[in-house]
Design a protein around this ligand. Structure first.
Ligand SMILES: Nc1ncnc2c1ncn2[C@@H]1O[C@H](COP(=O)(O)OP(=O)(O)OP(=O)(O)O)[C@@H](O)[C@H]1O
Length: 231
């Protein structure tokens, strides 16, 4: 089976600071890949290049065989709205909207009716065990509830790829583990491929495999995450 998403020889430099140096990745349908490595090794930069948020300086990113890195931003935004889902460390829910409205929003932005979008939101909130949060605004939710609502919002469009950047980084270990458990369960049920950036070995344990970065390069030894190994 050909990969869903491929990256070839990606490089990205901020000013004089190289963040990615020749990174390759193949992501297959339904696969969960954890991107690990020490702080500053280029994990978020890779996620941003793969999801089309950022254009690499060189190399290419393909989705279902078609290049996306050299397409115009409106095309990449559309791709993120329809095919990709994004989950960040703090969820970034809209504070003025209820949880249900937050989850319904991507469907309404895609032209769906409010009624259908709110029904889908209710289903997803229940599926992630936060039905009771539906009418609450984000300020009234715990960190773990917020992340589950944010996960519902990322999954409501049934993305082909979910990009998650430290999705449990702001949570205690129990809440973090629950979010990861739910994320991997719903991704597997939907056949969604996941790229998850994490420092945390417990989070990485939910992945099928790890990609370890070290100073912007793929570390074939995987030692770039080991304690005591100089970066
Ligand atoms: N917008 C930017 N401008 C300048 N330098 C940047 C920018 N974003 C990232 N960098 C630098 O690029 C390198 C890689 O950053 P990146 O955020 O991708 O690493 P990371 O592995 O995700 O780090 P962390 O685990 O701390 O989030 C770092 O040296 C960082 O300081």
């Amino acid at each position: 089976m050909s990969p869903l998403l491929t990256a070839r020889d990606l490089t990205k430099t901020y000013g004089v600071q190289p963040a990615l140096r020749g990174v390759d990745l193949d992501l297959h349908e339904g696969e969960i890949v954890a991107v690990r490595g020490r702080s500053g090794c280029g994990k978020s930069t890779l996620l941003h290049c793969l999801s089309g948020i950022l254009a690499p300086d060189s190399g290419e990113v393909r989705f279902r065989g078609d290049r996306i890195d050299d397409t115009a931003e409106p095309y990449r935004s559309e791709l993120r709205r329809t095919r990709f889902g994004v989950l960040l460390q703090h969820g970034h829910l809209i504070s003025e909207l209820t949880s249900a409205e937050n989850v319904a929003l991507p469907l309404m932005l895609g032209g769906g009716s409010r009624r259908a979008a709110m029904a889908a939101a209710a289903t997803w909130l229940a599926r992630l065990g936060v039905a009771e949060a539906a009418e609450q605004v984000p300020g009234r939710l715990s960190g773990g509830q917020s992340q589950r609502v944010a996960l519902a919002r990322a999954m409501v469009t049934q993305p082909v790829v979910l990009f998650a950047d430290e999705p449990t980084g702001a949570l205690d270990s129990l809440a973090g583990e629950l979010v990861m458990k739910l994320l991997s369960r719903v991704a597997r049920e939907q056949g969604t491929a996941v790229v998850v950036v994490t420092h945390d070995a417990t989070v990485a344990a939910y992945a099928d495999r790890e990609l370890v970065l070290r100073d912007g390069e793929v570390d074939p030894t995987g030692l770039g995450v080991a304690i005591g190994v100089p970066a």
